[in-house]
Write a protein that binds this ligand. Structure first.
Ligand code: G3I
Length: 352
């Protein structure tokens, strides 16, 4: 069939194909900076700039090539494979396969690891939630889970999110199997078990909506203060930083971070992204760039902010579209792995 086409026809078909390719891949002007993010963070005195990743993504060679560049990313967080349902799907049956794969990737490329997470209300296997445990039984279950997981990775994890998302937005403790059975003591039970299993790992509580003033950050400050007073090991608070476009307040964020660090803990941005209501306009992408600059700058201004982790670096693997229908484009690389203006925004923040 194609042999019956004349040269001019072939040429015009080729031009159409080229034009379509160009149209499909050209969006707003992308990033112009060539400064790698982890190097810039370390040059500014921070420990790392990192990214979440997830095991199914690791077969995507172009994605992994960028992820593996340690000038770009100096730290990894597993998005799912160190959570309770992955690690201990049945009682006393442990599966470290997915977590091990990400630790090996980090070790092979000279990155540090954040372990995520040990005790969380979500992604729990049915065996944990389906039984009315006594306080003693659940204490033992938490201790076994935390001790076994932290011991498996001893010496390989810079910081653990030991407790994930323990608070409601109104500042009360979240009702879940742990709180409902043990009260807030489940937090100290897990933190003490983690410290005993790896005395050198930094132990964090990780939470969202600490970026804004209000009862939730007040409750977290009170919780850290109480844990410190009781001699419970606590080294850091993870500020997840899942932002909506245009809702960044540098002054609130900085004040909240300083309220925490004044108690003697580190802080880190652990899951940063900035979601946009779709379709994203060029102006939205410029606002996103500005938001990323503002957020990252605050970490630069707070001495005990140790680093920044984006909740995956590319829109290709962002959790946002599935969880917030109508929103997306939250990451600094687009879904074709092309850097967005947000990338320049991060560099500007790191160099501020
Ligand atoms: O493992 C199953 C798989 O067997 C099944 O085929 C597939 C079908 O949908 O689902 C898989 O589970 C998914 C899991 O990710 C692993 O890919 C869940 O549906 C999905 O809901 C889950 O989403 C994760 C989410 O936590 C769960 O709450 C996201 O990937 C992960 O990025 C997200 O991360 C959380 C942090 O841990 C805590 N802070 C908020 C953040 C965003 O929600």
């Amino acid at each position: 069939m194609i042999f019956s086409l004349g040269f001019a026809t072939l040429l015009s078909l080729l031009q159409v194909a080229t034009a379509q390719t160009t149209t499909a891949t050209s969006t707003a002007p992308g990033a112009t900076s060539t400064v790698p993010l982890n190097y810039a963070a370390q040059a500014a005195g921070k420990l790392y700039f990192g990214s979440a990743t997830d095991n199914p993504e690791l077969t995507d060679v172009p994605y992994v090539t960028i992820l593996n560049d340690t000038a770009m990313f100096g730290q990894l967080t597993p998005g799912n494979s160190m959570k309770w349902d992955a690690i201990e799907p049945e009682q006393n049956v442990f599966n470290f396969t997915g977590g091990d794969q990400i630790v090996a990737l980090a070790e092979g490329t000279g990155k540090i690891m954040r372990g995520h997470n040990l005790v969380w209300y979500s992604q729990l296997p049915a065996w944990v939630t389906a039984t009315a445990w006594t306080a003693d039984e659940l204490t033992s279950i938490i201790q076994t889970h935390v001790t076994t997981e932290v011991s498996h990775y001893v010496g390989k994890i810079y910081a653990w999110d030991v407790i994930n998302e323990p608070l409601n937005d109104n500042g009360t403790f979240r009702s879940d199997i742990f709180y409902d059975t043990l009260g807030s003591s489940y937090i100290s039970i897990a933190l003490r078990a983690a410290r005993a299993a790896d005395p050198n790992a930094k132990l964090y509580i990780n939470e969202y909506n600490l970026e804004y003033s209000g009862p939730k950050i007040d409750a977290m400050v009170q919780l850290v203060s109480d844990l410190k007073a009781e001699g419970v090991p606590i080294d850091g608070i993870g500020i997840e930083s899942h932002y909506i476009l245009g809702e960044v307040s540098a002054s609130e964020l900085k004040a909240n971070m300083l309220n925490l660090t004044s108690l003697g803990v580190d802080v880190a941005f652990t899951e940063l992204d900035v979601r946009i209501e779709l379709p994203a306009t060029d102006a939205d992408l410029e606002q996103q760039k500005s938001d990323y600059t503002t957020i990252v700058s605050v970490c630069m201004e707070v001495a005990d902010c140790v680093g920044v982790t984006v909740w995956d670096y590319t829109d290709k693997y962002s959790w946002i579209p599935a969880s917030f229908p109508g929103y997306g484009e939250a990451c600094p690389w687009d879904e074709n792995l092309v850097k967005k203006p947000a990338y320049d925004g991060i560099v500007a923040g790191l160099q501020s």
